[in-house]
Write a protein that binds this ligand. Structure first.
Ligand SMILES: NC(=O)c1ccc[n+]([C@@H]2O[C@H](COP(=O)([O-])OP(=O)(O)OC[C@H]3O[C@@H](n4cnc5c(N)ncnc54)[C@H](O)[C@@H]3O)[C@@H](O)[C@H]2O)c1
Length: 335
């Protein structure tokens, strides 16, 4: 199938291109490179020996997006494009609502105009807000306790997709709620390349390990968890990428929602110690105050995706830290 991948030059998108190609699909990328570099696509070509057609455009630009649909027959779309920095979304909410919601509306209109009816959307565990019970299932409460505009955009887009689907019952819409993507391609050629201070824990810890930053701040060690530090469900980005291929294979009419996680929680200290094993270095950290809005634990039940998509996260946290380290050492300044 010809798969349009919006945001395909980014972290999860670039890893997904590799899995799409290895499953025999033909991806086409649109990305405005606002948070990525075209070099990631060159690396995908290096890994797969396949050239992926690329169009530099803002997904909100319906005219430019339409031209891509006119040039290629698009069978399905995976929609990664969007802004994702939680802190920035608090400081600049309009930018987040405009970009994330605006790009989704423009995409839906363009797909409709060109008869493309299969969509996979990147949502997030953040839609669960403050978890009532763990593990989180797709039936768990959503929308309560979301503490930032980024999370609100994901929650709102899910609702838009459900409303859209009621009016277009021949569409196949899959909402994938990612837990915490980590790791890099085992080749070390592509990985997460945050600009400025990393928002996510593992890229921050690898930058400490390589000497770009002094220490890791651990936000609280008095939570009710295995060692008092926050527990999250870290999923290797290659497993996550494979989840998209599985979702494409199983796409069917209506809206289906799946958690993509491992079902296992890992604490901040366990993650740091795993990277210490991978690097052979001691990683300095300091315990500081809890951050407002952080929950003690958050992890998925991935059972629905396991059963219905025939997909399961297979890689361990040690493989994720090993691969992140390989990427970091080979590319100390990113792409
Ligand atoms: N990484 C995570 O922790 C995480 C967790 C849950 C959900 N997600 C979601 O998954 C998706 C991909 O995340 P990622 O980590 O790969 O982020 P990323 O920033 O690496 O990738 C997003 C890509 O979209 C592009 N982009 C942004 N706005 C655009 C626009 N208007 N038009 C065209 N391109 C645009 C960026 O340049 C970037 O290449 C995002 O929607 C994100 O919200 C990510």
């Amino acid at each position: 199938m010809n798969i349009l991948v919006t945001g395909g030059a980014g972290y999860i998108g670039s890893h997904t291109l590799i899995e799409l190609i290895s499953a025999g699909h033909a991806p086409i990328v649109v990305d405005d490179l606002s948070n990525s570099s075209k070099e990631s696509l060159n690396r995908v070509t290096q890994i797969t020996s396949t050239n992926v057609p690329f169009y530099e455009l803002d997904v909100r630009d319906e005219h430019a997006l339409s031209a891509v649909f006119e040039k290629h027959t698009i069978d399905a779309v995976i929609h990664f494009a969007g802004l994702k920095a939680v802190g920035e979304s608090v400081a600049q909410p309009l930018k987040y609502y405009e970009t994330n919601i605006g790009s989704t509306l423009a995409l839906l209109k363009t797909m409709e105009a060109h008869g493309a009816k299969t969509l996979i959307f990147s949502s997030s565990a953040t839609v669960y807000g403050d978890p009532e019970t763990l593990p989180l299932t797709e039936a768990s409460r959503v929308g309560v306790g979301i503490t930032n505009p980024y999370g609100q955009t994901k929650f709102m887009i899910e609702q838009i997709l459900r409303d859209y689907s009621v009016a277009h019952d021949d569409w196949n819409v899959t909402i994938l709620r990612y837990f915490n993507p980590v790791g890099a391609h085992p080749s070390g050629l592509i990985g997460e390349d945050p600009s400025g201070t990393p928002n996510n824990l593992l890229p921050y810890v690898t930058q400490v390990a390589i000497g770009r930053r002094e220490f890791v701040s651990v936000y609280g060690n008095d939570y009710d968890t295995i060692d008092g530090t926050g527990v999250r469900d870290y999923i290797h980005v290659v497993d996550l990428a494979k989840g998209h291929v599985a979702a494409l294979t199983h796409a069917s009419a209506g809206v289906a929602t799946y958690n993509l996680g491992t079902g296992k929680g890992t604490s901040v200290l366990e993650l740091i110690h795993s990277l210490e094993k991978a690097t052979g270095k001691e990683i300095p950290y300091k315990v500081v105050d809890r951050r407002p809005g952080d929950v003690a634990s958050c992890y998925a039940s991935p059972e629905k995706a396991n059963d219905e998509l025939d997909w399961c996260a297979e890689m361990s946290i040690d493989e994720a830290t090993r691969d992140s380290w390989k990427w970091q050492v080979g590319n100390p300044e990113g792409f």
